[in-house]
Design a protein around this ligand. Structure first.
Ligand SMILES: Cc1cc2nc3c(=O)[nH]c(=O)nc-3n(C[C@H](O)[C@H](O)[C@H](O)COP(=O)(O)OP(=O)(O)OC[C@H]3O[C@@H](n4cnc5c(N)ncnc54)[C@H](O)[C@@H]3O)c2cc1C
Length: 510
């Protein structure tokens, strides 16, 4: 069939499967089911934007491609949350780092959360297939940009584990603008891979189609109520409609998937609970020579040296691209101090520490609520354990930056705390690690519709991600994870979706 907007779509037909959301989970499921002969309808709130519209400008990209135009944040405004909103979901704006779920995380899910059927052996063939389709390959050190290279060099100088990452790209131009949509289709996002595959096999993708709620009758979902959004992509056009399908797969991403369930009268229990963020703090290192953190493969080096810290919250470290808008948000201070930092942008590195939340019994993550408008809001008050891990992580990042040759290192505190030698590290001992005293953000949202086999402690069952009480409703996206992952999430979601869609294709045929 085709790509259409909600304004153009005539909702008369009944579909075998309706998939809500076209990101990492929704695209893979849709493609495999369409390939297996199912009549698939994909409903996506965001617009269908392609490379001609990816102008490498933050002011254009954020309103066009991000949830809440890039302003999403936790209820206390303490954590800025980046999530995509487009045909292709967050994969259109992500930075291409690709990790399989670590074996110890799968083991933790099995032993602590009682989740079977997700061993590495179960998932490996599915990751193999995804890696082939998305051309996931490790990047050479000579292909990294200086921002990533300084992270690598600093880790090596301190004797810390570090390696280059694997990326889902083909003929990468290394523009540095992955976060604004790839201008040359080198990023193998869902927009240019699994979604065109699905359409090639007859699927219909309806963009600018916000699913307001599911219609539930007699233990089944019988339809989805939708609002067509207008040309600006945000306001209702005045057209509303409902669609019918035999089965529904919700893949609207963490935060939005539980919100759809809540708006449909399916809230309560674990819905929206245990939402994790890999909360991130970072440092900006100022170097004598240009780093140009806005050019080159944005994320191509990672260190997991401190991912396992025993009873303490672990963290992993990566680099982030630094373009003016994000830089101005992440750089601490106001007025002249802020201006002075921004004037140095070309000479700055940006290194991040991502806290691995959800592995200690006291770390319950955030809870999704609905605003009066029905929109989703995440209430996540970071516990002291995570703040202390961030303080430790900042010490490590400062040391790495200095070891890599930074003349000065600044945290994202307000006002920024600066370091020119390791002697200054004591400044971190009583640095305020509190909400809104330091920039904290997240681009990895996980959980909120936990999978598991005990209905009291989960939303969907782990064998087929089916809702515990509704026989034709499944959730296949990053919201089903019981904890965070300790690695960037996209490949975990692709693998999970590929495994599930393979099961669906065989089970549902019969
Ligand atoms: C800037 C940035 C960089 C990142 N870099 C990396 C990286 O390098 N490596 C990595 O592994 N991960 C990265 N990620 C995260 C990764 O891309 C996501 O974790 C992943 O795409 C989530 O997949 P998903 O299927 O759960 O949801 P998404 O991919 O977010 O897809 C959900 C889709 O559902 C749509 N939707 C939501 N609500 C509705 C509704 N009511 N009706 C219809 N549609 C709806 C949304 O618009 C969205 O398009 C990054 C994220 C960001 C923001």
């Amino acid at each position: 069939m085709s790509f259409v907007t909600a304004s153009e779509f005539s909702p008369g037909d009944k579909f075998d499967v309706c998939v809500i959301g076209s990101g990492a989970g929704g695209a893979v499921v849709s493609s495999l089911l369409a390939n297996a002969g199912f009549k698939v309808l994909i409903l996506e709130e965001g617009g269908h934007h392609t490379k001609a519209e990816f102008k490498m400008r933050e002011d254009i990209a954020f309103p066009m491609l991000y949830q809440e135009a890039g302003t999403r944040a936790t209820k206390d405004l303490g954590v800025a949350i980046l999530q995509g909103r487009a045909v292709g979901g967050t994969t259109v704006v992500n930075w291409t780092t690709s990790f399989r779920t670590p074996a110890h995380v799968l083991e933790h899910w099995k032993t602590v959360h009682g989740i079977g059927g997700f061993s590495q052996k179960d998932l490996d063939p599915h990751w193999d297939a995804v890696e082939e389709r998305l051309n996931i390959k490790q990047i050479g050190l000579d292909e990294t940009n200086r921002n990533n290279r300084t992270l690598y060099d600093g880790c090596k100088a301190l004797g810390l584990q570090v390696d280059t990452t694997r990326r889902n790209t083909r003929n990468c131009f290394k523009s540095g603008y992955c976060g604004m949509g790839c201008p040359v289709d080198a990023k193998q996002s869902m927009l240019v891979t699994y979604l065109p595959d699905a359409v090639g096999k007859g699927a219909t993708i309806v963009s600018r189609c916000r699913v307001d709620k599911l219609i539930v009758t007699g233990g089944r979902v019988t339809g989805a109520e939708c609002t067509a959004l207008g040309d600006d992509g945000w306001h209702a056009s005045g057209k509303t409609f409902s669609v019918q399908a035999d089965r529904f797969v919700v893949a609207a991403g963490a935060i939005n998937t539980p919100a759809i369930l809540m708006r449909s009268g399916l809230g309560g229990g674990m819905v929206g609970k245990r939402t994790f963020l890999h909360p991130v703090v970072g440092t900006a290192g100022r170097f004598k020579d240009p780093v140009e953190p806005f050019y080159g493969a944005p994320q191509s080096v990672a260190s997991h040296a401190f991912a396992d810290r025993g009873d303490k919250v672990g963290y992993f470290m990566e680099a982030a691209p630094l373009h003016p808008m994000i830089a101005s948000l992440a750089t601490g201070g106001f007025g002249p101090a802020h201006r002075a930092q921004m004037a140095q942008l070309a000479n700055l590195s940006a290194h991040l520490a991502l806290a691995i939340d959800g592995f200690h019994p006291s770390e319950e993550g955030g809870t999704v609520e609905l605003r009066a408008s029905g929109a989703a809001l995440l209430d996540y008050v970071l516990p002291p354990r995570i703040w202390e891990a961030m303080r430790d992580a900042l010490r490590t990042l400062v040391k790495i930056d200095l070891a890599a040759g930074a003349l000065e290192v600044a945290t994202g505190h307000d006002p920024a705390i600066t370091f020119t030698s390791e002697k200054d590290l004591k400044k971190l001992d009583d640095a305020p690690m509190e909400v809104n005293r330091i920039a904290v953000f997240s681009a990895h949202v996980m959980g909120g519709c936990k999978m598991g086999d005990d209905p009291a402690h989960s939303v969907v069952r782990s064998s087929d991600l089916r809702h515990h009480t509704l026989e034709n409703l499944h959730v296949v996206d990053g919201s089903v994870f019981p904890t965070s992952l300790g690695v960037n999430p996209q490949e975990s979601i692709y693998g999970l979706a590929h495994l599930m869609a393979t099961r669906f294709a065989s089970d549902w045929k019969h």
